[in-house]
Design a binder for this molecule. Structure first.
Ligand SMILES: Cc1ncc(COP(=O)(O)O)c(C=O)c1O
Length: 379
């Protein structure tokens, strides 16, 4: 079976651990085990834990903690996966067949778009609009969703724009999906990373056909744990668990254990506050840097996640630009091309502040050299 290349993940997989400055990361600088849990007794417990197969859908304790975050959910409505990406993968594989119609709200993390297109589903795009501060075009969504639509896919808070849907927009999406009985797949992995501290409400339990995916990689700053989850009604979870048997069987034993620390009430508050304070501290650094470039950049202020989706005003293709940055400055940034939109860059600003500033200074040098080169060519 042929899958379309997932361009953004290919770029990140190849370079993110090799470059000096990784601004392709969509989360904050990650936590260490020590940051997460400093208690020496717990460290000993971790070191003496037998590396058996973990309970394959996640330990009951972990699923119980996850369920408590969703109104009306119990541990039977939760499947723990290896990252949010496996949660999305298992959902698509278990819910959709070739030929099914899916409506995807874009731009979005490219996984579901790439998978559904590769697997022969009929995929329609509906766009967030920059002129509406990256709110969805609800009239276009209403027109795109037909009696053939099986699923509407949304990412909230959104990657790459950092936009958060309003209550009214969430209700409108539900009303459009419910008109035809379509499922809503809501990827909520950036929930909890809002700079203003207002946690984005979940789609869960607002409509009887909602599947939520989430995980610890973004708002919790723990991507290396590879812990994600699906929350859906019990009957679907039973089916998804059996699909999970074919993918990775189970989440890692130590990851499950550490995830229980991250999702304990105190652990959760600490992880989320850390992420939010990094975003609050770093956003002004990015903003100042952008403001120092006159009218070169345009940005709708992101509300969540350490990501900014920046439009730049230079006649240079975004992939060419990021390659130049990569090879000349060892700075990795995601090009708008990977979201199907040229002349944008997704800049991750969750690095330690001095590191972020240095990376931005490098981008500045490249942009200035391009600007004078292009100016010379057009003069
Ligand atoms: C919206 C969204 N969902 C899922 C993922 C994948 O998450 P994970 O690293 O937990 O597999 C990402 C990663 O960037 C993402 O942005």
């Amino acid at each position: 079976m042929r899958l379309d290349q997932f361009e953004m993940e290919r770029l990140q997989s190849t370079w993110e651990n090799r470059v000096k400055f990784n601004l392709s990361e969509s989360s904050v600088h990650p936590m260490s085990i020590r940051d997460l849990a400093s208690d020496p007794t717990f460290h000993n417990q971790l070191l003496s834990t037998p590396l058996h197969y973990n309970q394959s859908n996640g330990t009951d304790e972990l699923r119980d903690m996850i369920a408590s975050l969703y109104p009306g959910a119990t541990l039977d409505d939760v499947e723990v996966t290896n990252g949010g990406s496996e949660a999305n993968f298992v959902t698509v594989f278990s819910m959709l067949d070739p030929g099914d119609e899916v409506v995807v709200i874009l731009p979005n993390y490219g996984q579901i778009w790439g998978l559904t297109n590769s697997l022969g589903m009929t995929v329609k795009a509906v766009h967030l609009r920059e002129d509406l501060a990256w709110a969805p075009d609800l009239a276009a969504l209403d027109a795109a969703v037909t009696s053939r639509t099986k699923m509407v896919v949304v990412c909230n808070p959104n990657n790459p724009t950092g936009a958060v849907l309003s209550e009214a927009e969430m209700e409108a999406i539900i009303s459009i999906a419910s008109r035809v009985g379509a499922w809503i797949l809501a990827d909520e992995i950036y929930q909890g990373s809002e700079r203003d501290g207002h946690t984005t409400p979940t789609f869960y339990d607002r409509y009887d056909r909602v599947i939520v995916t989430n995980g610890l990689s973004k708002a919790y700053g723990l991507p290396g744990l590879r812990i994600g989850w699906i929350v859906a009604e019990k009957e679907l979870i039973v089916k998804m668990w059996s699909y999970h048997d074919y993918t990775t069987i189970a989440p890692g034993t130590l990851s499950d254990m550490l995830a229980r620390v991250a999702l304990s009430p105190a652990g959760r508050a600490r992880c989320l506050e850390r992420t939010r304070s990094i975003c609050r501290q770093n956003y002004p650094i990015l903003r100042r840097w952008m403001d120092g470039h006159g009218s070169m950049f345009r940005l709708v202020e992101p509300r969540a996640g350490a990501i900014a989706y920046v439009h730049y005003d230079l006649p240079v293709n975004s992939t060419s630009l990021i390659r130049k940055l990569l090879h000349e400055k060892s700075v990795l940034v995601v090009p708008g091309d990977h979201f199907g939109m040229d002349r944008y860059l997704r800049i991750g600003y969750g690095l330690p502040p001095e590191h972020l500033q240095q990376a931005l200074d490098h981008i500045h040098e490249t942009l200035e050299s391009l600007r004078s080169l292009l100016g010379a060519q057009t003069a």
